[in-house]
Ligand binder design. Structure first.
Ligand SMILES: Cc1cc2nc3c(=O)[nH]c(=O)nc-3n(C[C@H](O)[C@H](O)[C@H](O)COP(=O)(O)OP(=O)(O)OC[C@H]3O[C@@H](n4cnc5c(N)ncnc54)[C@H](O)[C@@H]3O)c2cc1C
Length: 385
C-alpha cells in the first residue's frame, strides 16, 4: 500500500516536497489556500516583484524535479558575478571563473518557480485541494496523523507543514519558535531598465541598511532597499515617478535609465522553530526557519530541507517514521542556524557608523577579496555546494 502524505502549503518549498515524496512512491495531497493555474502563470507576461536568487544546489533540485527546463525558457536570468561592498573602491567580488562555472545562480520570479513545480504534479500521484479555512486540530496516534478542519479531516502517514513563516500547522502542534522582528524592513522595487542584459548582482552596505541590485531577464531588474520600516512605508506611498527620484539618490550604480513598475514592502523577521518534527509531523522551509533575506538564502535553505528529508525517508516502508524525521532535523538545524547567524553578523556588523567597526569591516572585505582558497570556499557555500 502506498504511504499517504499530506503537504500543507503549495508554495515553492511545499511543491518541491510534494514532488520529492511522490517520487519516493507516496500518494500526495497538497492543501493550499491560494490555488494557481500553472499554465496560465507560465505563459503570462505579468512580471512578479518577488524574485529569488536560486543557487546551484537549488537549480539541480529543480532540474531533477523537471521544473528547471521550464524556467530556463521563461525569464530565468543567470548571474555571473556577485559583489558586496561598502565603498565602491573596496569590493568583495565573486566571479564564475573562480569556480570554473558558466554561472553562479539564477534570478527567478517566485511565482514562476512555484508554477513550474505545479506543472509537474500531473506526472505523479499528487492531488491539490484548496482549503479556505484554518485547520482546527491535529491528532496523532501510533500509525497515523489527522488534520481536522471545520467540515473535513485528512488522515496521513506523514504530514508536512510547508505553510510559511506564520505556519498554522506549527502553531496547532504547539511547536514554539525563537526569534525577533528586525528594526529594518525592505522595499522591493521592480524596474524596467534601458540597458542590455546584466550579469552582476551587487549589494552595497550603508549605515541605514543595505541596497541591492538583482538583474532579472532584460529589461527588468529588482532593487532591494533595506531601511527603517517607517521610512520605507513613506517611500512606498509615493508615486512611481517620485520614488524614482529617491532611487536615483541612493542607487548610484544602475546601468541605465529606468521606470519604476511596482513596489512592495516586506517586514523582516528571524524565526526558528524549536523542533522540526513531532511524531508524524515535519516542518520544512519558512515554516521551520525564516531568515533575513540579505544574502538571498531563504528558499535555498528550504530546498535543502526537502532534499535532506527525502534522503532520510528513502527506502522506508513507513514515511512517518519518527526516527527518520528526527534524523532530518539533525541534518538541517545546524546548517540553517549557521546561515541565520551569518546573516545577523552582516546585519548588525554593517548597519552602523561606529568607526572601529567601519575600519574592521572594510579590512575584512579587502582581505576576503584576496583570500584565494577561503574565498572559493565561501563562494561554493553561497552556491549551495
Ligand atoms: C524581500 C525578500 C527577498 C527574498 N529573496 C530571496 C532570495 O533571493 N533567495 C532565497 O533563497 N530566498 C529569498 N527570500 C526568502 C523566500 O522568499 C522564502 O524563504 C520562501 O518564499 C519560503 O518558501 P516556503 O514555500 O517555505 O513558504 P511561502 O513562500 O511562505 O509559501 C507558503 C505557502 O503556503 C500557503 N499557505 C499558508 N498558510 C496556509 C494554510 N493554513 N493552509 C494552506 N496553505 C497555506 C501559502 O499560500 C503559500 O503558497 C526572500 C524573502 C524576502 C521577504
Amino acid at each position: 500500500m502506498k504511504n499517504k502524505v499530506v503537504v500543507v502549503g503549495g508554495g515553492m518549498v511545499g511543491a518541491a516536497a510534494a514532488l520529492k515524496l511522490a517520487k519516493l512512491g507516496a500518494q500526495v495531497r497538497v492543501l493550499e489556500s491560494h490555488l494557481i493555474d500553472a499554465n496560465e502563470v507560465l505563459t503570462s507576461e505579468q512580471v512578479d516583484i518577488r524574485v529569488s536568487a536560486i543557487n546551484r544546489f537549488s537549480e539541480s533540485l529543480l532540474d531533477e524535479l523537471g521544473a528547471m527546463p521550464l524556467l530556463r525558457d521563461n525569464r530565468a536570468a543567470p548571474y555571473h558575478q556577485l559583489a558586496a561592498y561598502e565603498q565602491p573602491n573596496n569590493t568583495l567580488l565573486f566571479d564564475r571563473e573562480e569556480v570554473s562555472q558558466t554561472h553562479l545562480g539564477h534570478l527567478i520570479e517566485n511565482k514562476l518557480i512555484q508554477a513550474s513545480l505545479w506543472a509537474q504534479f500531473a506526472h505523479y500521484d499528487i492531488e491539490v485541494e484548496q482549503v479556505t479555512s484554518a485547520p482546527i486540530t491535529l491528532e496523532q496516534n501510533i500509525d497515523s496523523i489527522t488534520l481536522h478542519y471545520d467540515n473535513k479531516s485528512y488522515q496521513a502517514d506523514l504530514l508536512i507543514a510547508a505553510d510559511g513563516g506564520r505556519s498554522q500547522v506549527r502553531q496547532l502542534a504547539n511547536i514554539g519558535v525563537t526569534g525577533w522582528q528586525y528594526q529594518q524592513a525592505c522595499l522591493g522595487i521592480l524596474i524596467k531598465l534601458d540597458a542590455p542584459q546584466q550579469y552582476k548582482t551587487w549589494q552595497q552596505f550603508k549605515p541605514s541598511g543595505p541596497i541591492a541590485f538583482l538583474p532579472m531577464q532584460a529589461p527588468y531588474a529588482n532593487l532591494i532597499w533595506y531601511q527603517d520600516a517607517a521610512k520605507l512605508a513613506s517611500l512606498q506611498s509615493l508615486s512611481n515617478e517620485q520614488l524614482k527620484d529617491h532611487v536615483l539618490e541612493h542607487f548610484f550604480e544602475l546601468p541605465g535609465d529606468f521606470t519604476v513598475e511596482q513596489k512592495a514592502l516586506f517586514p523582516l523577521a528571524r524565526q526558528h522553530a524549536n523542533h522540526y518534527s513531532q511524531g508524524r509531523l515535519v516542518l520544512v522551509g519558512d515554516a521551520a526557519h525564516t531568515i533575513n533575506p540579505l544574502a538571498g538564502q531563504g528558499v535555498n535553505l528550504g530546498f535543502k530541507d526537502v532534499a535532506a528529508l527525502a534522503e532520510c525517508l528513502e527506502g522506508l516502508d513507513d514515511l512517518g517514521t519518527c526516527k527518520a524525521l528526527k534524523e532530518y532535523e539533525r541534518k538541517r538545524r545546524g546548517d540553517n542556524l549557521a546561515m541565520m547567524s551569518m546573516m545577523d553578523a552582516c546585519y548588525f556588523g554593517f548597519s552602523n557608523e561606529i568607526k572601529p567597526l567601519k575600519l574592521l569591516r572594510n579590512g575584512v572585505l579587502k582581505i576576503a577579496n584576496q583570500a584565494g582558497p577561503l574565498k572559493r570556499k565561501v563562494l561554493e557555500h553561497a552556491m549551495g555546494w
